[in-house]
Structure formats: structure tokens, C-alpha cells
Design a protein around this ligand. Structure first.
Ligand SMILES: [Zn+2]
Length: 377
């Protein structure tokens, strides 16, 4: 495959391989890049994620029509806050979350490498997405899940034909188990948190926002942050748009976490370059409950570079925002997605937004996912 893997912190590079690699010097997951082709916006063809294939790793697409999700103006919350607010409805993706963008590209690339068996540690949206695209591609998927994972979510994963390995203990135990199994060559680690190809799929959200806003970037994008794939996908995508000369400057991308698990926000507030060690407590925003994000250092560097903000929000604020988005805007999201609304209000108070600036809230997953209200891990 053309392109290369590179360390986002130092100058280390490696040839592309199926499994995620870490920089031997910095210990951070390597990212993928290839030269930007001389393509103009009017040259793009097709719809959704693969419309941006000139900028993606070369692969025969495994697709369910992911991407091309609605971008709608806020009808009540934006006017009340006196900002130009837009909502990006990622719950409209085939399995109900933005993870489909990453899973489509990751599974396509892995199939291109000749991989037949894939595994990941997730019991949430990433697992559902990987299971769906693996089924589509004819690959065998195995998901390592904590024993406490919600039966409803596990039912979706199993219905796609994926095998489940239930691992006792905290979420980190499931991660250790999948790393051990992939180390023995049982399957390829298709990690949604560490694979460079997953982020490449998430990158398409930046291109899509650019086109959806009439060939310009918004001034601000606000996203929930757990592992940070979405944050970095947007960052990489908009940085490419600057390099292509399609936009003049990066939008400011802000990250919102639950107070229950906010290693990046705490590091940001303290001016640290790496995530602050925290002891996570249960949160309704299970999808962003990542205590030690592997890409934390890269995320904090990106936050500084694009001039974004960071905020942590409380449990009752998250549930209130879930109701508010549904009742005021007609948009039913899962609690993990709802963190962006109270986060937006905090950033407003911090003075991050100037009047007349455009702000996009990325609403990452559908409320139909039925995320339970209390979780451990
Ligand atoms: Zn490095």
C-alpha cells in the first residue's frame, strides 16, 4: 500500500502494516498519511465517506452508504444563545453512530491486506460498526467485551455474526485480553482507538462539513471526546483542507468530556502535555469514558494548535441536554453525544465564541442505541 505511517510527535516513520503500531521513541500510536493529490472540490464524485477516496488509504470500499449525514440549523438553542449553530446528525449512519466512517475505511484497508479475522475491545458503537462492516466484507469479527456490558448492545453485535469474548473486570481487562490474543496471531487487532486507518475514515467528517457549509469551514466544531479518534479525524481533515488551499485557516475544534472521566480536560486546564491520571467513576456518557486515551498527547497538541477549548460536564447536565435536544430540536441522541450542549454553554461563558461565528455540534450517535443510565468502567 502506498503512503506511510508516521509519529505525530517526532519524525519516526514506518511502512503501512495491518495492525496499529506505536512510535518506539514516543510510545504514541502512529498515524497514516499519503501525499495529497491535485484534486479540486468539483472533482469529487459519489456520496458519503468514499466521495473523499482521493484522500483516503487506497482500498476497495466495503460500504453501507456511511457518511453524508444531515447538517441542520438549530431552530431554538442557537437563537437563544445568539450564535449561528448547526447540528451534524451522525446518528443517521448505518449502525447509528459516526464510528461507521472509521469502520468502513478500516475494514476496507484490512481486507486489502488479505486479513480474514479481526478483533477489537468494545461493547459500544465501535463494536457494532466493526461487526457490521466485517459481516459486509465477509471477515470474521471477535469482540472482547466486559462482562457487565449491556445485553441490548451485545445483541446487536451478535446478530451481525460477531463472536463475543466476555472478560471479567474493568474495561482495561478487555483491552489486555485482545492485545494478548492478537499477539498470538489469533486475529488482527482492528482497534478503533489505535488504528491509523480508522481515523482516516473519521477524517471525512471535515471534508463533509466543508462541502455542507458551502465550501467553507465553520469557525468552531464541538465534539465529545473519549479516545479522541473523532477529534483527531477532524483535525487531520481540516489540516488537509488548509494544505490543499481549499480553506484559509483551521476551525477551532473543542473537546467535551464527562466530569466523571475527564483526563484531557484536566490536563488542558493544568497546561499539561499528557493526559492527567484519573480514577474514573460511572457516567451515562459511556462512549467517552476512556481513562487513559492512547492518543492523549497528540490530542492536547492539536487542541493547542487549533485554538480550541475544552470543558467537562456533569451527569445531570448531560441528561438534561439529551432531553433538551430532543424536545427543542427534534433530535434524539445518546447521552454520550449530549455532552456537547452543556459543553458549548461552558465555552460560551469562557468567551470562546465571537458573535456571528458559526458553530457545529457533532451529535455522534442515535438515542435509539438505548445506552443504559448507569455503567461501570
Ligand atoms: Zn515519536
Amino acid at each position: 500500500m502506498n503512503g506511510e505511517l508516521y509519529c505525530p510527535i517526532c519524525f519516526y516513520t514506518a511502512i503501512p502494516v495491518p495492525e496499529p503500531l506505536r512510535c518506539p521513541r514516543c510510545g504514541v500510536p502512529l498515524e497514516y498519511r499519503k501525499g495529497l493529490p491535485p484534486v479540486a472540490p468539483e472533482d469529487l464524485r459519489g456520496q458519503g465517506v468514499w466521495r473523499y477516496s482521493p484522500f483516503l488509504p487506497p482500498a476497495e470500499p466495503v460500504s453501507l452508504g456511511e457518511g453524508d449525514t444531515p447538517l441542520v440549523p438549530s431552530v431554538r438553542i442557537g437563537p437563544e444563545l445568539e450564535i449561528d449553530l448547526l447540528l451534524k446528525l451522525e446518528g443517521a449512519n448505518p449502525t447509528g453512530s459516526f464510528k461507521d466512517r472509521g469502520a468502513s475505511v478500516l475494514v476496507s484497508v484490512l481486507r486489502g491486506f488479505g486479513v480474514e479475522k479481526v478483533a477489537d475491545d468494545s461493547s459500544g458503537n465501535a463494536a457494532a460498526a466493526l461487526a457490521a462492516y466485517a459481516a459486509r466484507a465477509g471477515l470474521v469479527a471477535t469482540l472482547y467485551v466486559p462482562t457487565y456490558a449491556s445485553p441490548k448492545k451485545l445483541a446487536q453485535i451478535e446478530t451481525y455474526g460477531a463472536a463475543l469474548v466476555r472478560v471479567p473486570g474493568p474495561r482495561s481487562a478487555a483491552e489486555a485480553a485482545v492485545v494478548e490474543a492478537t499477539g498470538k496471531g489469533e486475529h488482527v487487532y482492528a482497534s478503533h482507538n489505535e488504528s491509523p486507518y480508522f481515523v482516516q475514515g473519521l477524517k471525512t467528517l471535515a471534508y463533509e462539513l466543508y462541502e455542507g457549509m458551502g465550501y467553507e469551514a465553520p469557525d468552531h466544531v464541538v465534539v465529545p471526546l473519549g479516545g479522541g479518534g473523532l477529534y483527531l479525524g477532524l483535525y487531520l481533515g481540516f489540516r488537509e483542507l488548509v494544505e490543499l488551499g481549499w480553506i484559509e485557516r483551521m476551525p477551532r475544534i473543542s473537546a467535551i468530556q464527562a466530569e466523571a472521566c475527564a483526563p484531557i480536560v484536566r490536563a488542558w486546564e493544568l497546561g499539561e502535555e499528557v493526559p492527567v491520571p484519573i480514577e474514573p467513576v460511572p457516567t451515562v456518557a459511556e462512549g467517552v469514558s476512556i481513562a487513559a486515551p492512547a492518543r492523549g498527547r497528540e490530542i492536547l497538541a492539536a487542541l493547542r494548535e487549533c485554538g480550541g477549548g475544552a470543558a467537562a460536564v456533569a451527569e445531570e447536565e448531560i441528561l438534561g441536554a439529551q432531553r433538551e435536544l430532543a424536545a427543542e430540536e427534534g433530535v434524539y441522541v445518546e447521552p454520550t453525544s449530549a455532552v456537547v450542549l452543556p459543553g458549548l454553554r461552558k465555552l460560551l461563558k469562557q468567551g470562546l465564541f465571537a458573535p456571528s461565528e458559526t458553530v457545529v455540534l457533532v451529535l455522534t450517535g442515535s438515542g435509539l442505541k438505548g445506552e443504559p443510565r448507569t455503567r461501570r468502567g
